[in-house]
Every structure is written in C-alpha cells, then in structure tokens.
Design a protein around this ligand. Structure first.
Ligand SMILES: Nc1nc2c(ncn2[C@@H]2O[C@H](COP(=O)(O)OP(=O)(O)O)[C@@H](O)[C@H]2O)c(=O)[nH]1
Ligand SMILES: [Mg+2]
Length: 201
C-alpha cells in the first residue's frame, strides 16, 4: 500500500514509565537475550517510520546513544502514557505519530501499515490496535492536530487513554492473527515467562 500518511509518521517508543511493578526499573533498559528492550524495539521499527522518538523520563543520555531524538514528558510525576503522547506530538515534525511501548519485544512487523489502513478506511483521527479480545491502547496512530484537545484533556485532570480515544473518531485495527505480539513485560512473572519461552525456542 502506498499512502501519503505512511510517509508522514514519527514512531514514538514509550519508555517513560515508572516501572512500578518491576521494582522501579527503567523497562526500556531491561536486558532480554543479551540486549536492552529498547534495542529490540528499535530493530523491529526499522523501516516502519520516517523518524523515531524515544519518550523517556530517566536515563535520557543512555537512550540518546541510539541516535534518535529523546523527548521527556513536559508534565512531571509520571502522569501516564498520554503525557508521553503530548510531549511527542509537541516535538515531532510529522502529521502523525505511531506509539508503541518499550516493554513489548514482539512488535508486529506491519504495525504502522495496518494502523494507517484502518485510519484511512474509516477516515478516523486515531487508529488503535485490537488483538481480537481487547484494545491495545498504547499501540496507536494519532493525528497530530489532536494535540490541543489532548492538552485540554490533560489540563482538566484526565489521564485515561480509553476515555480520550472515546472523544474522537477512533478506528480499530485488527491484529487478532498476531495477538501474541502484544505480550509485554509488566511484572517479574512476565519476565520469567519470556525467559522460559526463549529457552523453548
Ligand atoms: N511518557 C510516559 N509513559 C508512560 C508513563 N507511564 C507509563 N508509560 C508507558 O506506557 C506504556 C504502558 O505502561 P505499562 O506500565 O507497561 O502498562 P500496561 O502494560 O498497559 O499495564 C509503557 O511503554 C510505559 O513506558 C508516564 O508517566 N509517562
Ligand atoms: Mg506494559
């Protein structure tokens, strides 16, 4: 598919969380198969976007070594992924962002393509991945012109991503055939499950 949107996308790797359920670890730097998660994500996104922004609130110098722009939340105190969306939408030079988390090592190979297709088909402002069972809200394509609305939403004290999506024309992109690619590491158990899986392969 050759779409105009596709040439106008910044991928935003969300690595700005507190890592609370992993003892406060900076999840993007957690080692999996001998390299930090951020490297797995960067490799998976190579060729999927025009530009990549790493959204991080700690260890920014470590992330900067990957030679992509590192952008921190403007809001302090870990206000959630929407704070990262707003910071990236402010910093980016493209009309669209595609967000994805730093803690999911198995990124869909056609993440951007499928989100773009869903957005165009429904003439929507946001496209969000759906794994067949549930929405995967941090995998999303968002029109940058929604930034003022997002800023108002955040200024009003709102933080919930699903509620913000519900305010807009939001398309769902079907990823039910690759549901396992949304596996992400939130807890020690998730980390162990991943290591067990590696040993099996
Ligand atoms: N920028 C930013 N990103 C955040 C914040 N909190 C969480 N995230 C990111 O949002 C994504 C989802 O967070 P996570 O804690 O893994 O939640 P879950 O997987 O949805 O249960 C991860 O990529 C986090 O790095 C925050 O305060 N700021
Ligand atoms: Mg997660």
């Amino acid at each position: 598919m050759n779409s105009l949107i596709q040439n106008d996308v910044t991928a935003v790797i969300l690595a700005g969380g507190r890592g609370q359920r992993l003892g406060g670890l900076d999840k993007g730097l957690v080692q999996i198969e001998g390299k930090p998660l951020i490297e797995h994500i960067l490799a998976a996104m190579a060729g999927q976007a025009d530009e990549i922004i790493i959204n991080a609130n700690r260890n920014c110098d470590v992330y900067a070594a990957y030679k992509h722009r590192v952008v921190s939340d403007e809001m302090t105190g870990y206000q959630g992924p929407l704070a990262g969306f707003a910071a990236a939408m402010t910093a980016c030079d493209t009309d669209f962002i595609v967000t994805l988390p730093c803690d999911g090592p198995f990124v869909p190979a056609d993440l951007v393509n499928r989100l773009v297709e869903a957005l165009e088909q429904e003439n929507a402002d946001i496209a969000v991945a759906h794994d067949g069972k549930r929405m995967q809200p941090v995998y999303a394509l968002i029109t940058r012109s929604l930034l003022p609305d997002l800023q108002d939403f955040l200024d009003g004290g709102e933080r919930k991503i699903d509620i913000w999506y519900a305010r807009h024309n939001t398309a769902l992109a079907d990823f039910s055939d690759v549901r396992e690619t949304f596996f992400n590491i939130n807890t020690e158990d998730d980390k162990r499950a991943l290591l067990d899986r590696e040993q099996m392969t």
